[in-house]
Write a protein that binds this ligand. Structure first.
Ligand SMILES: *Cc1c(COP(=O)(O)O)cnc(C)c1O
Length: 224
């Protein structure tokens, strides 16, 4: 019997109320831990490393949708193609080209999100809005027709300062709105704002997130 107090139920209900999609971030979790959440009804899981996705996806239920949410090396794209349904961490041009090449090769389109850097921290991957604007102005999305650009993904700073987190999320939402208006107005597929993690998902939903990526909150530590 699943435990009705498991955080999964509150999270999925919160997402339903906000018409947002819940992504279960399963990095570092075992097959058994993932299966536990699967049994509760969750069908979309995300890994941040290609290697881990390749270890898990082939042995798990076939109706799971796998997303890749971490920095992806171009030489890993081919191997994950059969398993991944969305690459949320499209963060540079040579990766865009590689995904296009492998999508053509395998004869299927692949969904991607444009990773935008909104956090103050230096270490975060992703484009600035200005960089992305120039790339789209050059028509990159038309040059890569098998890469379906479905929206944006971003991470706020890891800080207790919720005002800063909220500002960064407002900035991501504003970037999405501008890109939608300028480059994807007639493209219904461009509809996703992936923002919000365990520590800031409520702020994210208030600021217009359509997809939250939850790891630690969904996989609570066992009590001893
Ligand atoms: C790990 C991770 C998450 C989930 O983080 P939690 O704080 O554990 O919910 C979300 N997004 C990305 C890109 C991650 O790497």
């Amino acid at each position: 019997m699943p435990n009705p107090d498991h955080p999964y139920y509150l999270l999925s209900e919160t997402c339903r109320q906000h018409q947002a999609t819940l992504i279960a971030v399963s990095k570092t979790r075992s097959i058994a831990e993932i299966d536990n959440i699967y049994q509760m009804g969750q069908r979309i899981f995300a890994e941040n490393r290609a290697q881990e996705l390749l270890e898990k996806a082939p042995v798990m239920a076939k109706d799971i949708e796998w997303h890749l949410i971490g920095h992806l090396q171009t030489n890993k794209v081919r191997s994950i193609m059969p398993y991944v349904s969305c690459i949320q961490s499209l963060d540079r041009l040579n990766l865009w080209d590689k995904i296009q090449e492998e999508a053509t090769r395998s004869g299927k389109k692949i969904k991607c999100l444009l990773q935008i850097k909104v956090a103050a921290e230096e270490t975060k991957y992703g484009w600035s809005f200005e960089e992305l604007n120039n790339i789209l102005l050059s028509g990159k999305h038309h040059a890569c027709p098998d890469v379906m650009i479905c929206g944006v993904m971003g991470m706020a700073s890891l800080t207790e300062d919720m005002a800063q987190v909220r500002n960064e999320m407002k900035s991501l939402k504003a970037s999405f709105d501008l890109l939608k208006d300028h480059y994807f107005k007639n493209d219904p597929a461009f509809d996703t704002i992936s923002m919000g993690m365990s520590g800031d998902y409520m702020v994210a939903l208030e600021e217009g997130s359509t997809m939250i990526r939850i790891g630690s909150l969904l996989f609570p530590k066992e009590k001893d």
